[in-house]
Design a protein around this ligand. Structure first.
Ligand SMILES: NC(=O)c1ccc[n+]([C@@H]2O[C@H](COP(=O)([O-])OP(=O)(O)OC[C@H]3O[C@@H](n4cnc5c(N)ncnc54)[C@H](OP(=O)(O)O)[C@@H]3O)[C@@H](O)[C@H]2O)c1
Length: 323
């Protein structure tokens, strides 16, 4: 996949993946199975990442060689807007604890994950890494974005002050097996899969799409992301964010039509313009990661089919994670 040399070979290393029960963490754990390294995980009951002494004890006991921060408080527009304190506090604490404790314990390699929402609302498209902090953020998710920007800056600060190889990757909107299909806390793809599936089951004549349907979004299948992240963990060592996206965007209406086709919903898709749209367009510039030899393998239709299959296999409303 990449022609570059491993500056941090993973063979024989102890790699701690935080948030392994989540969509991204789970995919990273699977991807690391190809690397002959030892993967370490910890449940939330074992270590609440917001608690510094628990993080300190665990890291000093387990002594990982590398840490991937795939744990975070994650959600869509509604969840961000409803729980601003949780989104800001939880994410600040998780990243500050892990990054600081990693440094104090002498962990030389760490990868932090942010998201494309760290970039300004009206950033020039496609969004380059350099546009960070050049203009105001999208207000609906600024709590989350500000915490994530602080995480990038923490990595850069420990690099600058202590020479730590701490890097930050910015995935675009993700989807796939393991996604959160909760009706209120989910992102656009799992939310629509669930809604269209339920509308099909109920033989509903129509279902409603929030917003105008015109915003353009980029989506990446989570296994493609995991492949990119493991490559970056081995090969990339620069400050600041590096974008990880598919390089292609589509309108929310086009996405909804594709999901309708994948789920077999044949009714009408209505638009509810009273609901917020968010940023008008969000496509990240992927030149930097493409130059390292990575590109995604999964087209949107096949990725959605796999996500829908996972949803059907795991469809048990009582078990949906809470927001
Ligand atoms: N999903 C996306 O579209 C997307 C897009 C761009 C970037 N990202 C980034 O990718 C990362 C992972 O996202 P995801 O979609 O995989 O999220 P997710 O499915 O919600 O998983 C998050 C994980 O973090 C864990 N966690 C949260 N708070 C914790 C705490 N206080 N202590 C211990 N563990 C805690 C959760 O544990 P429990 O299982 O116990 O709840 C869960 O395993 C995040 O940094 C996110 O910003 C995601």
């Amino acid at each position: 996949m990449s022609t570059n040399i491993d500056i941090f070979p993973l063979i024989g290393k102890r790699v701690f993946v935080s948030g392994h029960r989540g969509m991204v963490g789970g995919a990273v754990v699977s991807q690391l199975e190809n690397e002959n390294c030892e993967v370490l995980t910890a449940s939330r009951a074992e270590m609440d990442l917001r608690n510094q002494s628990e993080v300190n004890d665990w890291v000093n006991r387990e002594r990982p060689d590398a840490i991937v921060i795939a744990a975070a408080k994650v959600g869509g527009i509604l969840a961000n807007d409803t729980y601003p304190a949780d989104f800001l506090y939880d994410n600040l604490m998780i990243e500050a604890n892990l990054i600081h404790v990693a440094h104090v314990a002498g962990v030389q390699r760490l990868m932090f994950l942010g998201s494309s929402c760290i970039y300004p609302k009206f950033a020039e498209q496609p969004i380059k890494e350099e546009s960070l902090l050049t203009a105001p953020l999208e207000p609906t998710n600024e709590w989350y974005a500000i915490a994530k920007i602080a995480g990038i800056k923490l990595c850069d600060a420990y690099r600058r002050q202590y020479g730590r190889s701490y890097i930050s990757a910015m995935p675009t909107n993700l989807y796939g097996p393991g996604d959160n299909f909760h009706p209120e806390g989910s992102h656009v793809i799992p939310g629509l899969i669930r809604r269209f599936h339920e509308a099909k089951e109920a033989r509903a004549p129509h279902t409603t799409l929030w917003g105008t349907g015109t915003p353009r979004r980029e989506f990446l299948y989570v296994d493609d992301l995991a492949e990119a992240l493991v490559m970056l963990l081995k090969q990339y060592d620069e400050p600041g964010p590096i974008n990880v996206g598919s390089g292609e965007d589509m309108t929310i209406l086009e996405l909804a039509q594709t999901i309708a086709s994948v789920t077999g919903f044949e009714g009408e898709i209505r638009i509810d313009e009273s609901k917020p749209d968010g940023t008008p367009r969000k496509l990240m510039d992927g030149s930097r990661i493409r130059a390292l030899g990575w590109s995604p393998k999964t087209d949107i239709r096949s990725g959605l089919e796999r996500a829908y299959r996972w949803f059907l296999d795991n469809h048990a409303p009582a078990e949906f994670r809470s927001v």
